[in-house]
Design a protein around this ligand. Structure first.
Ligand code: GLC
Length: 403
């Protein structure tokens, strides 16, 4: 079996990542951000910008701060605290969202952890102070608006909010069965218009039986970020906020562990709708729980057993278990390997002390970019690059290999 490992020097990877991000930078009226991919994805995306900030921490702290500050700049659009999943700096959002400059839905809430990392590297307290209220309001918004059953698990109301746009995880909730890529995309656009017409109000969404899911990874990221927010509050000498977000972080971790775990199958499942029906589609989203320190050691071992068997591939980690009927190596989000998803799993493996596995994963991610460049996603068997070219977040490989 081929066992691809990265062989370029750290300096070479560092240089290539830096060149990638610098070539994708743009500036609007003094606000700088990095396009996810030139020509394919020109707008600013929430979780992309958080990954970009983490990458910039390795070579350009000023840009790392700008990337997050531009994300938090609402240009006067009142979102009640929400940070939109897309910002259209040059306008153009009207057709989908009824407003020009921003979408009306969100994306994986990585801002607190990205801001904390930028602070840890830069020691710039003013940066934290300036952005603290906006960051805090975002997590307050998530807890207030997206947890209608008050179980500390937040819900998404559109697959785009998960960041895993076309994953088979969402098919049943989208009323789709084995859709073509075109059908699935049409359904997503239709849903965006439908939820926008009811103000993206979760009570209406539930009432109308529209898409509403508590995802595993979104909640793991939410929990880890509440913990990061607590640390930010401590740094800024706000002990009551620090205590509040620590309690909330633990409540979400407990809820994922208690409500999403399936002991028979040894994995976590997304929960759909008011009934919280488990979505039994085996994806590597379950492994993202490691990033937040959610699984017990026994649960972690069981997840690892799956990682080594059902999710084994020369260029891991496939987003869907390879033997599953819904798996496809090449179809968007339906089985391919994504470096940004791998980053969470890599961090999680390190957190649990599985250092060798983490190093091996990092090396295989490096092998992917050496073979196929910085692509949006990759075929887990051949390592061929798929989706957009020069995709910025694939530069996150640098964070996996550089200390
Ligand atoms: C795709 C991905 C989404 C990402 C965006 C920009 O739509 O599914 O997660 O944020 O591209 O990279």
């Amino acid at each position: 079996m081929c066992n691809p490992i990265g062989s370029a020097s750290l300096g070479e990877v560092h240089g290539a990542v830096r060149a990638l991000l610098e070539s994708n930078q743009v500036s609007y009226q003094g606000h700088r951000y990095t396009r996810p991919a030139p020509s394919t994805y020109e707008q600013q995306w929430l979780w992309d910008s958080c990954f970009h900030a983490l990458i910039y921490c390795h070579f350009d702290l000023s840009m790392a701060k700008d990337e997050l500050s531009s994300l938090l700049y609402h240009r006067g659009v009142d979102m009640g605290g929400m940070v939109p999943h897309m910002i259209y700096w040059a306008g153009g959002g009207e057709a989908l969202w009824g407003q020009p400059y921003a979408s009306t839905i969100t994306q994986p809430p990585m801002i607190a952890s990205a801001a904390l990392k930028v602070y840890e590297v830069s020691q710039d307290r003013t940066f934290l102070q300036t952005n603290y209220e906006l960051i805090r309001e975002y997590y307050e918004w998530l807890g207030r608006e997206r947890d209608p059953d008050h179980d500390h698990l937040v819900s998404i109301i559109h697959p785009w909010e998960s960041g895993w746009d076309a994953s088979p995880r969402w098919d049943s909730q989208m009323g789709l069965s084995n859709p073509t890529d075109f059908e699935a995309r049409e359904a997503r656009v239709h849903l965006a218009q439908a939820i926008n017409s009811i103000g993206c109000d979760i009570q209406r969404v539930l009432q109308d039986g529209v898409f509403c899911v508590e995802p595993i990874d979104f909640n793991a990221i939410y929990a880890a970020n509440l913990a990061a927010l607590s640390q930010i509050a401590s740094t800024l000498d706000r002990p009551s906020d620090a205590a509040r977000y620590d309690v909330l972080a633990n409540a979400t971790k407990d809820a994922v562990r208690l409500k999403m775990w399936d002991d028979r199958n040894g994995t976590f499942w997304d929960l759909a709708g008011v009934d919280e029906t488990p979505i039994r589609v085996p994806t590597c989203a379950a492994f993202v729980t490691l990033y937040a320190g959610i699984p017990t050691l026994t649960q972690a071992e069981r997840l690892l057993a799956q990682m080594r068997t059902r999710f084994s591939a020369p260029y891991p980690i496939p987003t869907v278990a390879v033997g599953d009927p819904l798996f496809s190596a090449t179809r968007y989000w339906r089985g391919n390997t994504w470096l940004n998803v791998n980053w969470f799993i890599h961090k999680g493996l390190q957190l649990y002390g599985f250092a060798d596995l983490a190093a091996e994963l990092a090396s295989r991610c490096q092998a992917l970019v050496e073979k196929s460049g910085f692509r949006e996603y990759y075929d887990p068997f051949t390592g061929d690059g798929l989706g957009s070219l020069l995709h910025s977040w694939s530069g996150i490989v640098l964070d996996m290999i550089e200390k």
